[in-house]
Design a binder for this molecule. Structure first.
Ligand code: KIV
Length: 292
């Protein structure tokens, strides 16, 4: 049982979290917290709760838009949701996830699309998947002053190449490539790195070998921070739950209950009741009837 009392009612504005905060937290050994959001009310609640960073993830495709994987979501859809999040969150570091095919073709196109996240959607940084193959894009974007978060391990935009949603880096040779990629991204100027679904001891090793913070998802406790897909954490996404997710609520069941009760209330005429109803004065009503 958790002993933490929710403190989400605070009205005072927190200091803005920046990429420098990320680095300082790593230096001090303080865990960095990150969650995904795709809409205004979730962003408001998360920001008030004090999360360090919000990722407008391309997981949007699956958990909000209902696609099978993340490949179908477009730049325009990502920007639409990123704008809603930036209207709600004022303190967390906001990271826009670059969707499939928005950064793979040329470094110029990658820069142009990264710029849109900052210029049109109020994001503070962008995230993109891949290591050595994406280094030109990372350099180009960072060179324009846009902070880049890398993403290694299970990179969902490559599921067809990876053969599905599978843990990565489980062999010595795959682990070596992951470590090299982490160093390449650090060298290219990435400010942080997501490590998704990799063995815990490898993630911890990589985290100690690079100076930029690692944010783990299914990568154990040795990373410098943690991220979860909010719809998994809240139990809102009922299709499947990865093994590494801790469910903090069961909103899908709660929603289902609420909808069932509402339907019953309407069908049995318990809703709307008097307290949900607006009235007008007898005087106005009688005047209305006289002239109707
Ligand atoms: O899109 C997403 O939500 C992500 C996280 C899983 C890190 O990339």
């Amino acid at each position: 049982m958790s002993t933490v009392t929710p403190v989400s009612t605070s009205t005072s504005q927190r200091k803005k979290v920046t990429t420098l905060t990320f680095r300082q937290k790593k230096e001090r050994g303080e865990p960095i917290t990150m969650l995904t959001a795709y809409d205004y009310p979730t962003a408001v609640a998360m920001d008030k709760a004090g999360v360090d960073s919000i990722l407008v993830g391309d997981s949007l495709a699956m958990v909000v838009l209902g696609y099978e994987n993340t490949l179908s979501v477009t730049m325009d859809e990502m920007l639409h949701h990123a704008r809603a999040v930036s209207r709600g969150a004022k303190s967390a570091l906001l990271v826009g996830d670059m969707p499939f095919m928005s950064y793979q073709v040329t470094a110029e196109e990658a820069l142009r699309n990264a710029g849109r996240f900052l210029q049109e959607a109020g994001m503070d940084a962008v995230k993109l998947e891949g290591g050595r193959d994406r280094v030109d894009a990372v350099r180009r974007i960072v060179g324009a002053g846009i902070p880049v978060m890398g993403h290694l391990g299970l990179t969902p935009q490559s599921i067809h190449q990876l053969g599905g949603f599978r843990t990565q880096g489980k062999t010595a040779s795959a682990a070596k490539i992951l470590l090299e990629d982490a160093k390449i991204l650090e060298e290219a100027g990435a400010f942080s790195l997501v490590l998704e679904s990799v063995p815990a001891r490898l993630a911890e090793y990589i985290s100690k070998q690079i100076s930029i913070p690692t944010i783990g998802i299914g990568a154990g406790a040795g990373c410098d921070g943690q991220v979860l897909v909010t719809h998994d954490l809240l139990g809102l996404f009922d299709r499947f739950t990865p093994k590494f997710v801790k469910k903090y609520a069961n909103f899908h069941t709660e929603m289902n209950k609420a909808f069932t009760v509402y339907i019953d209330d309407v069908e049995t005429k318990r809703f709307p009741a008097v307290e949900h109803t607006v009235e007008m004065s007898d005087e106005e009503w009688n005047e209305f009837l006289r002239n109707a």
